[in-house]
Design a protein around this ligand. Structure first.
Ligand code: NAD
Ligand code: WQD
Length: 339
Protein backbone atom coordinates (compact mmCIF):
# COMPACT_ATOMS: atom_id res chain seq x y z
CA UNK A 1 0.00 0.00 0.00
CA UNK A 2 1.52 3.33 -1.09
CA UNK A 3 0.81 6.56 0.76
CA UNK A 4 0.42 9.77 -1.22
CA UNK A 5 0.69 13.21 0.34
CA UNK A 6 -1.89 15.41 -1.39
CA UNK A 7 -1.04 19.02 -0.62
CA UNK A 8 -4.00 21.37 -1.01
CA UNK A 9 -6.15 18.26 -0.88
CA UNK A 10 -9.24 19.90 0.61
CA UNK A 11 -9.31 22.21 -2.42
CA UNK A 12 -11.23 21.80 -5.66
CA UNK A 13 -8.97 19.56 -7.73
CA UNK A 14 -7.16 17.97 -4.76
CA UNK A 15 -10.39 16.67 -3.20
CA UNK A 16 -11.46 14.99 -6.45
CA UNK A 17 -7.99 13.50 -6.79
CA UNK A 18 -8.05 12.15 -3.21
CA UNK A 19 -11.26 10.30 -4.10
CA UNK A 20 -9.75 8.76 -7.23
CA UNK A 21 -6.51 7.80 -5.44
CA UNK A 22 -8.42 6.03 -2.67
CA UNK A 23 -10.66 4.32 -5.23
CA UNK A 24 -7.68 2.46 -6.67
CA UNK A 25 -6.14 1.59 -3.30
CA UNK A 26 -3.72 4.39 -2.43
CA UNK A 27 -3.65 5.70 1.13
CA UNK A 28 -4.01 9.46 1.20
CA UNK A 29 -2.69 12.11 3.55
CA UNK A 30 -4.14 15.56 2.93
CA UNK A 31 -2.21 18.60 4.14
CA UNK A 32 -3.90 21.98 3.78
CA UNK A 33 -4.05 25.22 5.78
CA UNK A 34 -7.69 25.76 4.69
CA UNK A 35 -6.91 29.22 3.31
CA UNK A 36 -9.21 28.42 0.37
CA UNK A 37 -11.17 25.36 1.50
CA UNK A 38 -12.92 23.80 4.49
CA UNK A 39 -12.16 20.77 6.67
CA UNK A 40 -15.67 19.35 6.08
CA UNK A 41 -14.42 18.27 2.65
CA UNK A 42 -12.68 15.38 4.43
CA UNK A 43 -16.07 14.03 5.62
CA UNK A 44 -17.35 14.29 2.08
CA UNK A 45 -14.38 12.44 0.62
CA UNK A 46 -15.01 9.73 3.24
CA UNK A 47 -18.69 9.49 2.21
CA UNK A 48 -17.86 9.19 -1.47
CA UNK A 49 -15.12 6.64 -0.68
CA UNK A 50 -17.45 4.26 1.23
CA UNK A 51 -15.95 5.06 4.60
CA UNK A 52 -12.29 5.32 3.65
CA UNK A 53 -11.06 8.54 5.24
CA UNK A 54 -7.86 10.35 4.30
CA UNK A 55 -5.64 11.45 7.16
CA UNK A 56 -5.97 15.23 7.43
CA UNK A 57 -3.18 17.47 8.66
CA UNK A 58 -3.85 21.19 8.99
CA UNK A 59 -0.57 22.88 8.16
CA UNK A 60 0.82 25.90 6.38
CA UNK A 61 3.10 24.19 3.90
CA UNK A 62 4.97 27.40 3.18
CA UNK A 63 6.18 27.20 6.79
CA UNK A 64 9.38 25.14 7.05
CA UNK A 65 8.65 23.72 10.52
CA UNK A 66 5.04 22.80 9.81
CA UNK A 67 5.98 21.17 6.51
CA UNK A 68 8.89 19.21 8.04
CA UNK A 69 6.69 17.81 10.84
CA UNK A 70 4.44 16.07 8.30
CA UNK A 71 7.38 14.15 6.88
CA UNK A 72 8.94 13.42 10.26
CA UNK A 73 5.69 11.84 11.49
CA UNK A 74 4.45 9.97 8.42
CA UNK A 75 5.80 7.55 5.84
CA UNK A 76 5.17 9.06 2.42
CA UNK A 77 5.83 7.42 -0.94
CA UNK A 78 4.84 10.21 -3.31
CA UNK A 79 3.53 13.79 -3.38
CA UNK A 80 0.91 15.51 -5.49
CA UNK A 81 1.34 19.23 -5.01
CA UNK A 82 -1.89 21.19 -5.41
CA UNK A 83 -1.32 23.71 -2.63
CA UNK A 84 -0.96 27.20 -4.07
CA UNK A 85 -2.65 30.55 -4.41
CA UNK A 86 -4.35 30.50 -7.81
CA UNK A 87 -6.15 33.76 -8.64
CA UNK A 88 -4.55 35.40 -11.67
CA UNK A 89 -5.88 38.92 -10.97
CA UNK A 90 -5.02 38.82 -7.27
CA UNK A 91 -1.49 37.70 -8.10
CA UNK A 92 -0.94 40.99 -9.97
CA UNK A 93 -1.99 42.92 -6.85
CA UNK A 94 -0.05 40.72 -4.39
CA UNK A 95 2.87 39.34 -6.40
CA UNK A 96 5.20 38.85 -3.44
CA UNK A 97 2.62 36.83 -1.51
CA UNK A 98 2.14 34.62 -4.58
CA UNK A 99 5.86 34.03 -5.09
CA UNK A 100 6.37 33.39 -1.37
CA UNK A 101 3.50 30.95 -0.99
CA UNK A 102 3.69 29.00 -4.24
CA UNK A 103 7.48 28.76 -4.42
CA UNK A 104 8.09 28.20 -0.70
CA UNK A 105 5.58 25.33 -0.62
CA UNK A 106 7.37 23.65 -3.52
CA UNK A 107 10.82 24.18 -2.00
CA UNK A 108 9.68 22.78 1.36
CA UNK A 109 8.44 19.68 -0.45
CA UNK A 110 11.76 19.23 -2.29
CA UNK A 111 13.83 19.67 0.89
CA UNK A 112 11.80 17.03 2.72
CA UNK A 113 11.78 14.66 -0.25
CA UNK A 114 15.57 14.72 -0.24
CA UNK A 115 15.76 14.32 3.55
CA UNK A 116 13.39 11.33 3.60
CA UNK A 117 14.32 9.72 0.27
CA UNK A 118 10.91 10.33 -1.33
CA UNK A 119 11.28 9.98 -5.08
CA UNK A 120 8.02 10.90 -6.76
CA UNK A 121 6.42 14.32 -7.27
CA UNK A 122 3.47 15.43 -9.37
CA UNK A 123 3.09 19.19 -9.82
CA UNK A 124 -0.13 21.07 -10.65
CA UNK A 125 0.89 23.14 -13.61
CA UNK A 126 -1.23 25.09 -16.05
CA UNK A 127 -1.78 25.88 -19.71
CA UNK A 128 -1.06 29.43 -18.62
CA UNK A 129 2.65 28.57 -19.11
CA UNK A 130 2.03 28.76 -22.89
CA UNK A 131 0.62 32.31 -22.99
CA UNK A 132 -1.16 33.08 -26.30
CA UNK A 133 -0.39 30.18 -28.66
CA UNK A 134 0.81 30.89 -32.20
CA UNK A 135 -1.20 27.85 -33.32
CA UNK A 136 -3.58 25.26 -31.85
CA UNK A 137 -3.73 22.57 -30.64
CA UNK A 138 -0.67 23.33 -28.55
CA UNK A 139 1.81 20.57 -27.73
CA UNK A 140 4.15 20.15 -24.77
CA UNK A 141 7.17 20.91 -26.98
CA UNK A 142 6.02 24.49 -27.45
CA UNK A 143 8.37 26.70 -25.44
CA UNK A 144 6.59 28.62 -22.64
CA UNK A 145 6.11 32.32 -23.30
CA UNK A 146 6.76 35.20 -20.94
CA UNK A 147 4.21 34.82 -18.14
CA UNK A 148 1.22 37.18 -18.18
CA UNK A 149 0.88 37.15 -14.38
CA UNK A 150 2.93 36.43 -11.25
CA UNK A 151 0.65 33.42 -10.72
CA UNK A 152 1.56 32.02 -14.15
CA UNK A 153 5.18 32.82 -13.46
CA UNK A 154 5.12 30.71 -10.27
CA UNK A 155 3.90 27.76 -12.35
CA UNK A 156 6.75 28.26 -14.83
CA UNK A 157 9.28 28.69 -12.03
CA UNK A 158 8.32 25.47 -10.27
CA UNK A 159 8.59 23.62 -13.60
CA UNK A 160 12.01 25.23 -14.14
CA UNK A 161 13.14 24.17 -10.66
CA UNK A 162 11.98 20.62 -11.34
CA UNK A 163 13.91 20.49 -14.63
CA UNK A 164 17.13 21.03 -12.69
CA UNK A 165 16.30 19.29 -9.40
CA UNK A 166 15.41 16.05 -11.20
CA UNK A 167 18.76 16.00 -13.04
CA UNK A 168 20.53 14.43 -10.05
CA UNK A 169 18.17 11.45 -10.40
CA UNK A 170 17.06 11.43 -6.75
CA UNK A 171 13.65 12.87 -7.58
CA UNK A 172 11.39 12.10 -10.53
CA UNK A 173 8.67 14.57 -11.39
CA UNK A 174 5.69 15.00 -13.66
CA UNK A 175 4.09 18.37 -14.33
CA UNK A 176 0.47 18.17 -15.41
CA UNK A 177 -0.50 21.26 -17.37
CA UNK A 178 -4.22 21.57 -16.80
CA UNK A 179 -6.33 23.46 -19.29
CA UNK A 180 -9.66 24.77 -17.87
CA UNK A 181 -10.93 22.48 -15.08
CA UNK A 182 -14.71 22.69 -14.53
CA UNK A 183 -17.59 20.59 -13.22
CA UNK A 184 -17.95 18.63 -10.01
CA UNK A 185 -18.17 15.10 -8.65
CA UNK A 186 -21.32 13.22 -9.79
CA UNK A 187 -22.42 12.88 -6.14
CA UNK A 188 -22.42 16.71 -5.86
CA UNK A 189 -20.66 16.25 -2.50
CA UNK A 190 -17.49 18.02 -3.60
CA UNK A 191 -16.86 20.80 -6.11
CA UNK A 192 -15.38 24.24 -6.53
CA UNK A 193 -15.83 26.76 -3.70
CA UNK A 194 -15.11 30.16 -5.21
CA UNK A 195 -14.21 32.84 -2.73
CA UNK A 196 -16.38 35.96 -3.21
CA UNK A 197 -17.28 37.04 -6.74
CA UNK A 198 -16.03 34.33 -9.11
CA UNK A 199 -13.39 35.22 -11.69
CA UNK A 200 -13.87 32.03 -13.66
CA UNK A 201 -16.59 31.38 -16.17
CA UNK A 202 -18.29 28.25 -14.86
CA UNK A 203 -18.94 29.35 -11.26
CA UNK A 204 -20.10 32.73 -12.61
CA UNK A 205 -22.61 30.94 -14.84
CA UNK A 206 -23.94 28.70 -12.06
CA UNK A 207 -24.15 31.58 -9.56
CA UNK A 208 -26.04 33.68 -12.13
CA UNK A 209 -28.45 30.83 -12.79
CA UNK A 210 -28.91 30.44 -9.03
CA UNK A 211 -29.75 34.13 -8.68
CA UNK A 212 -26.63 34.96 -6.62
CA UNK A 213 -25.30 37.14 -9.48
CA UNK A 214 -27.64 39.26 -11.60
CA UNK A 215 -26.05 38.79 -14.97
CA UNK A 216 -23.04 37.16 -16.59
CA UNK A 217 -20.91 39.52 -18.66
CA UNK A 218 -19.19 37.83 -21.59
CA UNK A 219 -15.81 39.50 -21.90
CA UNK A 220 -15.71 40.48 -25.57
CA UNK A 221 -17.68 39.34 -28.63
CA UNK A 222 -15.41 40.64 -31.36
CA UNK A 223 -12.51 38.20 -31.10
CA UNK A 224 -11.30 36.53 -34.31
CA UNK A 225 -13.16 33.27 -33.50
CA UNK A 226 -16.25 31.77 -35.20
CA UNK A 227 -18.73 33.37 -32.74
CA UNK A 228 -16.50 36.23 -31.54
CA UNK A 229 -15.98 34.84 -28.01
CA UNK A 230 -12.76 33.27 -26.62
CA UNK A 231 -12.05 29.58 -26.97
CA UNK A 232 -10.75 27.28 -24.20
CA UNK A 233 -10.22 23.58 -23.58
CA UNK A 234 -12.60 22.86 -20.67
CA UNK A 235 -11.92 19.60 -18.86
CA UNK A 236 -14.12 17.79 -16.33
CA UNK A 237 -12.46 17.77 -12.90
CA UNK A 238 -13.09 14.02 -12.51
CA UNK A 239 -11.16 13.29 -15.73
CA UNK A 240 -8.43 15.61 -14.47
CA UNK A 241 -8.31 13.84 -11.10
CA UNK A 242 -7.85 10.49 -12.83
CA UNK A 243 -4.86 11.86 -14.74
CA UNK A 244 -3.09 12.31 -11.39
CA UNK A 245 -3.64 8.67 -10.48
CA UNK A 246 -2.21 7.60 -13.83
CA UNK A 247 0.81 9.88 -13.29
CA UNK A 248 1.47 8.37 -9.85
CA UNK A 249 1.05 4.82 -11.20
CA UNK A 250 3.60 5.70 -13.89
CA UNK A 251 6.25 6.26 -11.21
CA UNK A 252 5.55 3.09 -9.29
CA UNK A 253 5.45 1.05 -12.51
CA UNK A 254 8.77 2.64 -13.61
CA UNK A 255 7.34 3.79 -16.92
CA UNK A 256 8.93 7.26 -16.92
CA UNK A 257 10.98 8.07 -19.99
CA UNK A 258 12.74 11.01 -18.30
CA UNK A 259 13.26 12.29 -14.77
CA UNK A 260 11.07 15.28 -15.58
CA UNK A 261 8.06 15.00 -17.85
CA UNK A 262 5.28 17.48 -18.64
CA UNK A 263 1.87 16.54 -20.00
CA UNK A 264 -1.04 18.56 -21.32
CA UNK A 265 -4.24 17.60 -19.52
CA UNK A 266 -7.18 18.74 -21.59
CA UNK A 267 -9.76 17.18 -23.90
CA UNK A 268 -8.18 18.37 -27.14
CA UNK A 269 -11.35 20.30 -28.03
CA UNK A 270 -11.88 24.04 -27.99
CA UNK A 271 -15.22 25.51 -26.92
CA UNK A 272 -16.24 29.18 -26.96
CA UNK A 273 -17.89 31.03 -24.09
CA UNK A 274 -21.18 30.90 -26.05
CA UNK A 275 -20.78 27.12 -26.56
CA UNK A 276 -20.55 26.70 -22.79
CA UNK A 277 -23.62 28.86 -22.19
CA UNK A 278 -25.58 26.90 -24.82
CA UNK A 279 -24.59 23.62 -23.20
CA UNK A 280 -25.57 24.93 -19.76
CA UNK A 281 -28.97 26.11 -21.03
CA UNK A 282 -29.59 22.79 -22.82
CA UNK A 283 -28.63 20.49 -19.93
CA UNK A 284 -30.34 22.50 -17.16
CA UNK A 285 -33.29 23.98 -19.06
CA UNK A 286 -32.45 27.36 -17.51
CA UNK A 287 -32.25 30.52 -19.64
CA UNK A 288 -29.11 32.33 -18.55
CA UNK A 289 -29.14 36.10 -18.15
CA UNK A 290 -26.03 37.34 -19.95
CA UNK A 291 -24.74 40.35 -21.84
CA UNK A 292 -21.65 41.24 -23.83
CA UNK A 293 -19.06 43.54 -22.29
CA UNK A 294 -15.53 44.76 -22.83
CA UNK A 295 -12.64 42.36 -23.35
CA UNK A 296 -10.87 41.33 -20.14
CA UNK A 297 -7.21 42.34 -19.96
CA UNK A 298 -4.81 39.42 -20.29
CA UNK A 299 -7.26 36.94 -21.88
CA UNK A 300 -5.77 34.71 -24.56
CA UNK A 301 -8.00 34.49 -27.65
CA UNK A 302 -7.93 30.74 -28.14
CA UNK A 303 -6.12 27.76 -26.72
CA UNK A 304 -6.72 24.05 -26.72
CA UNK A 305 -4.49 21.08 -25.99
CA UNK A 306 -2.70 18.64 -28.19
CA UNK A 307 -3.34 15.55 -26.06
CA UNK A 308 -1.42 13.07 -28.23
CA UNK A 309 1.50 12.77 -25.79
CA UNK A 310 -0.72 12.16 -22.74
CA UNK A 311 -2.77 9.59 -24.64
CA UNK A 312 0.28 7.73 -25.94
CA UNK A 313 2.52 7.92 -22.89
CA UNK A 314 0.09 8.01 -19.96
CA UNK A 315 -2.63 6.00 -21.67
CA UNK A 316 -5.03 8.64 -20.34
CA UNK A 317 -7.80 10.36 -22.26
CA UNK A 318 -10.59 12.63 -21.07
CA UNK A 319 -13.95 10.90 -21.30
CA UNK A 320 -16.57 13.33 -20.06
CA UNK A 321 -18.41 15.72 -22.37
CA UNK A 322 -19.04 19.43 -22.15
CA UNK A 323 -22.68 18.67 -21.24
CA UNK A 324 -21.53 16.52 -18.31
CA UNK A 325 -19.31 19.40 -17.20
CA UNK A 326 -22.05 22.03 -17.21
CA UNK A 327 -24.69 19.75 -15.66
CA UNK A 328 -22.44 18.55 -12.83
CA UNK A 329 -21.42 22.16 -12.12
CA UNK A 330 -25.10 23.03 -11.82
CA UNK A 331 -25.86 20.08 -9.51
CA UNK A 332 -23.01 21.21 -7.27
CA UNK A 333 -24.37 24.78 -7.22
CA UNK A 334 -27.82 23.45 -6.24
CA UNK A 335 -26.28 21.36 -3.49
CA UNK A 336 -24.40 24.42 -2.16
CA UNK A 337 -27.66 26.37 -2.01
CA UNK A 338 -29.12 23.76 0.36
CA UNK A 339 -26.29 24.10 2.90
P1 NAD B 1 -7.97 25.46 -4.59
O1 NAD B 1 -7.70 26.84 -4.10
O2 NAD B 1 -9.34 24.93 -4.51
O3 NAD B 1 -6.98 24.43 -3.85
C1 NAD B 1 -5.71 24.79 -3.41
C2 NAD B 1 -5.61 24.41 -1.93
O4 NAD B 1 -4.32 24.78 -1.46
C3 NAD B 1 -6.64 25.11 -1.05
O5 NAD B 1 -7.37 24.15 -0.33
C4 NAD B 1 -5.79 25.98 -0.12
O6 NAD B 1 -6.36 26.07 1.16
C5 NAD B 1 -4.47 25.25 -0.13
N1 NAD B 1 -3.30 26.08 0.18
C6 NAD B 1 -2.91 27.25 -0.38
N2 NAD B 1 -1.79 27.72 0.22
C7 NAD B 1 -1.46 26.79 1.17
C8 NAD B 1 -0.42 26.70 2.13
N3 NAD B 1 0.52 27.64 2.26
N4 NAD B 1 -0.37 25.62 2.94
C9 NAD B 1 -1.32 24.66 2.85
N5 NAD B 1 -2.33 24.69 1.97
C10 NAD B 1 -2.40 25.76 1.15
O7 NAD B 1 -7.41 25.41 -6.09
P2 NAD B 1 -7.60 24.31 -7.23
O8 NAD B 1 -8.43 24.89 -8.29
O9 NAD B 1 -7.96 23.01 -6.63
O10 NAD B 1 -6.11 24.25 -7.79
C11 NAD B 1 -5.19 23.29 -7.35
C12 NAD B 1 -3.88 23.50 -8.07
O11 NAD B 1 -4.09 23.42 -9.47
C13 NAD B 1 -3.23 24.85 -7.81
O12 NAD B 1 -1.84 24.67 -7.74
C14 NAD B 1 -3.59 25.64 -9.05
O13 NAD B 1 -2.64 26.64 -9.31
C15 NAD B 1 -3.55 24.56 -10.10
N6 NAD B 1 -4.37 24.87 -11.28
C16 NAD B 1 -5.70 25.19 -11.11
C17 NAD B 1 -6.47 25.49 -12.24
C18 NAD B 1 -7.91 25.90 -12.09
O14 NAD B 1 -8.45 26.53 -13.00
N7 NAD B 1 -8.58 25.57 -10.99
C19 NAD B 1 -5.89 25.44 -13.51
C20 NAD B 1 -4.55 25.09 -13.64
C21 NAD B 1 -3.79 24.81 -12.51
C1 WQD C 1 -12.73 31.42 -19.48
C2 WQD C 1 -13.37 32.26 -20.55
C3 WQD C 1 -13.13 34.61 -20.23
C4 WQD C 1 -15.65 34.99 -16.70
C5 WQD C 1 -7.93 30.85 -15.83
C6 WQD C 1 -6.50 31.17 -15.52
C7 WQD C 1 -5.62 30.06 -15.97
C8 WQD C 1 -6.10 28.72 -15.42
C9 WQD C 1 -7.54 28.50 -15.67
C10 WQD C 1 -4.92 28.24 -13.38
C11 WQD C 1 -12.50 33.44 -20.98
C12 WQD C 1 -14.58 34.22 -20.19
C13 WQD C 1 -14.95 34.46 -17.78
C14 WQD C 1 -16.74 35.86 -16.94
C15 WQD C 1 -16.39 35.63 -19.30
N1 WQD C 1 -5.95 28.67 -14.00
N2 WQD C 1 -15.32 34.79 -19.06
N3 WQD C 1 -17.06 36.15 -18.24
O1 WQD C 1 -9.00 32.86 -17.99
O2 WQD C 1 -9.15 30.76 -19.42
O3 WQD C 1 -8.07 30.68 -17.22
O4 WQD C 1 -8.29 29.63 -15.21
O5 WQD C 1 -3.87 27.90 -13.77
O6 WQD C 1 -4.34 30.33 -15.55
O7 WQD C 1 -6.14 32.36 -16.18
O8 WQD C 1 -10.52 30.92 -17.32
O9 WQD C 1 -12.82 30.71 -16.49
O10 WQD C 1 -11.58 32.89 -16.14
O11 WQD C 1 -12.31 32.27 -18.42
O12 WQD C 1 -16.71 35.92 -20.45
O13 WQD C 1 -17.37 36.37 -16.02
O14 WQD C 1 -14.59 32.83 -20.04
O15 WQD C 1 -12.98 35.85 -20.92
O16 WQD C 1 -12.69 33.62 -22.36
P1 WQD C 1 -9.17 31.41 -18.07
P2 WQD C 1 -11.84 31.71 -16.99
Amino acid sequence: MKTILVTGGTGYIGSHTAVELQAVGYDVIIADNLVNSTASVIDRIERISNGKRPLFIKADLSNETEAAAIFDNNKIDGIINFAAFKAVGESCEKPIEYYRNNLQIAINMFVNMKKHGIKYFVQSSSCTVYGEPDSNPISENTPPKFAVSPYGNTKQMVEDMLQFITQTGEIKAIALRYFNPVGAHPTALIGELPNGIPNNLMPYITQTAAGIRKQLTIFGNNYPTPDGTCIRDYIHVVDLAKAHVVAMDRFFEHKNKANFEAFNIGTGNGFSVLDIIKSFEKTTGIKLNYCFGERRAGDVVRIWADTTFAEKELGWKAELSIDEMTLSAWHWQQQLAQE
